[in-house]
Design a protein around this ligand. Structure first.
Ligand code: ADP
Ligand code: MG
Length: 555
């Protein structure tokens, strides 16, 4: 028999364990949720193996059993999934920290935050360790479908864990034995387990049985194949919580599509209520779960949606996909490509509808994810027109700095004769409002979009124009302002010096002498009302704010 071997947890995991073992009582329910979710993942993998590997066809029942023992203060979670080899136990449960874990920790560094955000643990690929929220000793006994013998992992959640061979034959799958903390003994009470499973794990697509009675305590109903009308809001919310690992959160909106041709698929997609990237969390790396004929083929599939929609949670299930579609071939798969196109259209339709029917909800959404839509408008040329309708800017119309003006709103307010959409960028609202180039626009009551987000400048560059109207920075040379009614002097720029008032030509000459080497030209202008002079950019040049941004980026 192989000796018991001792390992040290990877440094970040050690830190995480410390945090988890001191976690607050009310967040502890997520431990059960994470362990059940792992068992379910292992069952998904086994079902997949059974369907694709002839030698594994006879996989036996795929199920989860929860066995509480109140007297012994012990809880066992058992699954008949793929199991783990010795190497997998060592790597998955201790020595390899998933990429997100360091960032997760960084963001949990303050205690106040830790209380609030622990429930996100599942999203960062470290859900297993939540076992130490409720247990002071954890044993994992596992046998892989590829292995003859079973292995046992054990730890008290401090610095180390051990792995050794199990002499007695083990059934295929994994058994997590939790030795519950004194103050977590309620996790061994059957009604408490039922309550938690109903709350967090109702969408696990495998039976969850409560031993010893073998009562199935979840309902495993795939809501995405149901007709929309038959699914309640509560069911949608719960499914979101299941997919996102978010405990009490409600999605901002959901989208349920069922398409029969040319490709058959069902999909349920959700927008989370807040954008973690905005709060300094790492780039979101989750995606949509991909199923073929109800069988999960891949979690976090990134090929189904463009990168800028990476914040959406959801599931796509198609009858037209082969089970053996691999991660490598997904990108070239024509079924995936067509689902992706159809999904994208549905998402934009849904957002248009939200903007129209529930403007407040849409505003909440763009406040969180608007920057990502703008990212889309820059990178996704084929969808640019659709995205341009959905993005929002601040503007001089209300001048409150809120990003709630659509390009269509702006166009709707344009006076007759205005041929361009005007904008002005700056480091912040206050700086923008001080810009002397605004004077003529204020005087003429012409609206100017305020680009308060750095990405806005890039959006303007990418769009170039909207509805045939060029997007023009008001610090550019050629403004092409509409004729003001009854104003003979409506042309803002005076092209030739000859128009200058007598004696003014001399002033211009003096200016040219003084700063001539640093500007292309000095001209008389009617665009100012209060300020004596301003700088503008030559036709076709980048706006001043864009030059500033690029300069910063080059540093
Ligand atoms: P994640 O589930 O996001 O990968 P976890 O910390 O929850 O992160 O689990 C880490 C890994 O441990 C899993 O990816 C899986 O490979 C393995 N694992 C955990 N629980 C089980 C289980 N019950 N059966 C098989 N493998 C498991
Ligand atoms: Mg997990």
């Amino acid at each position: 028999a192989q000796e018991r071997q001792e390992f040290t947890f990877q440094a970040e995991i050690k830190q995480l364990l410390h945090l988890l073992s001191h976690s607050l009582y009310q967040s502890r329910e997520i431990a059960l949720r994470e362990l059940i979710s792992n068992a379910s993942d292992a069952l998904d993998k086994m079902r997949f193996v059974a369907l694709t590997d002839g030698a594994q066809r006879d996989s036996g029942p795929l199920e989860i059993t929860i066995e509480p023992d109140e007297a012994a203060r012990r809880l066992v979670i058992r699954d008949t999934g793929v199991g783990m080899t010795r190497e997998e136990l060592v790597a998955n449960l201790g020595t390899i920290a998933h990429s997100g874990s360091g960032e997760f920790l960084k963001n949990l560094s303050t205690e106040a935050k830790a209380k609030a955000d622990l429930s996100l643990i599942g999203q960062f690929g470290v859900g297993f360790y939540s076992a130490f929220m409720i247990a002071d000793k954890v044993q994992v006994r596992s046998r892989s479908y590829r292995d003859e013998r079973g292995w046992e992992w054990e730890s008290e959640g401090t610095g180390r864990f051990t792995v050794e061979a199990v002499e007695a034959p083990l059934p295929r799958g994994t058994e997590i034995i939790l030795h519950l903390k004194e103050d977590a003994k309620d996790f061994a009470i059957p009604y408490r387990i039922k309550e938690i499973v109903r709350r967090y794990s109702s969408f696990i697509p495998h039976p969850i049985k409560l031993a010893p009675g073998d009562e199935v305590i979840n309902d495993q109903k795939p809501i995405w194949v149901e007709p929309k009308r038959q699914v309640t809001e509560e069911q949608y919310d719960r499914f979101y919580q299941h997919l996102s690992h978010h405990t009490d959160e409600k999605p901002l909106w959901h989208l349920h599509v069922s398409v029969d041709s040319p490709i058959q698929f069902h999909a349920v997609l959700y927008s989370p209520p807040s954008n973690l990237e905005k709060y300094g969390f790492p780039r979101m790396e989750h995606g949509v779960s991909l199923c073929a004929k109800r069988v999960l083929v891949q979690n976090d599939c990134r090929e189904l949606l463009p990168d800028y929609l990476r914040f959406l949670f959801g599931l796509v299930d198609s009858e037209d996909l082969p089970l053996n579609v691999s991660r490598e071939t997904l990108q070239d798969n024509s079924v995936i490509r067509r689902i992706r196109g159809s999904l994208l259209k549905s998402i934009f339709d849904r957002l248009d509808q939200l903007a129209k029917d529930q403007p407040d909800a849409f505003q909440t959404f763009t406040d969180q994810f608007g920057t990502l839509l703008k990212e889309g408008a820059i990178v996704d040329a084929p969808q640019r027109d659709r995205l341009a309708k959905l993005i929002r800017f601040a503007s001089s119309h209300k001048a409150d700095g809120k990003l709630d003006v659509a390009l269509d709103d702006y166009v709707g307010r344009m006076p007759e004769g205005q041929k361009r959409i005007y904008f002005l960028g700056g480091p912040d609202l206050a700086a923008i409002e001080k810009n002397p180039n605004l004077e003529v626009f204020r005087k003429r009551k012409l609206e100017v979009l305020y680009l308060v987000e750095p990405i806005d400048e890039f959006v303007m560059n990418a769009l170039g124009s909207y509805g045939g109207k060029p997007l023009t920075s008001i610090d550019s040379d050629d403004l092409d302002l509409p004729d003001a009614p009854g104003d003979a002097e409506s042309k803002v720029e005076t092209p030739e010096d000859e128009k200058a008032e007598p004696g003014f030509a001399r002033v211009l000459d003096l200016f040219r002498e003084a700063i001539g080497g640093r500007v292309r030209d000095v001209r008389e202008s009617h665009r100012l009302t209060d300020s004596p002079c301003c700088l503008v950019n030559a036709d076709g040049a980048l706006s001043t704010q864009m030059q500033r941004i690029l300069k910063m980026a080059n540093k």
